[in-house]
Design a protein around this ligand. Structure first.
Ligand SMILES: [Zn+2]
Length: 80
């Protein structure tokens, strides 16, 4: 069964947008919010080993906070 989500993600990637929400990219695949989200997920999986990313994460969260104030919550759009 061809997944609708896979189609959506492919299209977002081709457009240079976050494959989850369609916002402008922060890294190669995700917007800032989802980049952080994925990193947090990974960090949880890795445990406390990846502590050296603390400052990067802190900075990104500051930026995310700013962005969030300006453009509101990055909602999950199910339509498509
Ligand atoms: Zn996103």
């Amino acid at each position: 069964m061809a997944s609708r989500q896979a189609e959506w993600q492919k299209r977002r990637k081709a457009e240079g947008k976050c494959i989850i929400c369609g916002k402008p990219l922060h890294n190669a695949t995700y917007c800032l919010k989802h980049a952080i989200m994925k990193r947090e997920e990974q960090r949880k999986r890795l445990g406390s080993k990846a502590r050296h990313t603390g400052w990067e994460s802190y900075k990104a969260e500051q930026e995310y906070g700013e962005e969030n104030k300006l453009s509101g919550v990055c909602g999950e759009e199910e339509s498509g």
